[in-house]
Design a protein around this ligand. Structure first.
Ligand code: NAP
Length: 256
């Protein structure tokens, strides 16, 4: 049995931000398995080298790019370097993100700016830099990793939800502005996925049980659960899909 040609993304070049571990690494692996040339981004060169070594495929199809996605100058230099060294980007996955949990009344100014910079400004900076080139070439796919918290929130994570809600609207704005130039921009909204970011929640038995009860699928998500959605949004099968957020959350956003 062969896959439908609409889903064939082999030979494309993809950049995944925050790809040294967790969701970003799983998405980079999925794209590599689908035959893409993949560039893994992050701030820790050693971690990226180890992550790249784990990925399947010819070594000349796996690359790393060390830059901080919150810093405009580094982002501009990083994207220029990737395009020169690896080739024109067809796919960008804006995945880098952090979580800082604290009651809003106690949330520090510096943490507010850090979470906004990492989860929201980064997608603007990297997205704009990639889209400057993609719109000129007349094609490209950008996938912003949003969240269940683009829609709903609970106490203690208001700033995170604010960044992810705004990222949803940035996705729609990018769709409006870059769609006419052949660039489709969509979001993927993971539910509760086991990674380092959610480690404190996974380790909390009561919270873990709540997640399982609250999720129609009855379990935590795994990073591999997100791969199919990204491959779809990166493919020709999604050429007329733009400005959408695909929630991959075991059904959690649909139920009370
Ligand atoms: P994670 O395991 O903590 O990984 C986050 C990645 O982001 C790391 O590889 C980190 O790399 C990178 N990163 C952080 N700041 C960066 C910066 N300034 N520049 C470049 N890279 C940076 O988190 P995850 O769970 O995989 O989350 C990935 C994305 O999915 C995030 O946007 C998160 O909000 C979203 N998400 C996660 C869940 C979940 O349940 N896990 C649910 C919904 C959405 P370095 O520190 O090495 O630079």
């Amino acid at each position: 049995m062969t896959a439908h040609p609409l889903f064939d993304i082999s030979g494309r070049t993809a950049l995944v931000t925050g790809a040294g571990r967790g969701i970003g690494l799983a998405l980079a692996r999925g794209l590599a398995e689908a035959g893409c040339t993949v560039v893994l981004n992050g701030r820790d060169a050693g971690r990226l080298t180890r992550a790249a070594a784990e990925l399947p495929g010819d070594r000349d199809r796996i690359h790393t790019a060390v830059f901080d996605v919150t810093d405009g100058t580094s982002v501009a230099a990083g994207i220029a370097d990737v395009e020169e060294r690896v080739g024109p980007l067809d796919i960008l996955v804006n995945n880098a993100g952090i979580q800082l949990r604290a009651p809003l009344l106690e949330f520090a100014d510096a943490d507010w700016h850090r979470i906004l910079d990492t989860n929201l400004t980064s997608a603007f900076l990297v997205g704009r830099e990639a889209a400057r080139r993609m719109t000129e070439r007349g094609h490209g796919k950008i996938i912003n990793i949003c969240s269940l918290q683009s829609e709903v929130v609970r106490p203690g994570i208001a700033p995170y939800a604010a960044t992810k809600g705004a990222l949803k609207m940035l996705t729609k704005g990018m769709c409006a502005e870059w769609g006419p130039s052949g660039v489709q921009v969509n979001g993927l909204g993971p539910g509760y996925i086991e990674t380092e970011l959610t480690r404190p929640l996974v380790d909390d038995e009561e919270f873990g049980a709540w997640v399982r009860r609250r999720t129609p699928a009855g379990r935590w998500g795994r990073t591999e659960d997100l791969v199919g959605g990204v491959l779809f949004l990166a493919s020709h099968a999604a050429d007329f899909v733009s400005g959408q957020i695909l929630y991959v959350d075991g059904g959690m956003t649909s139920v009370l």
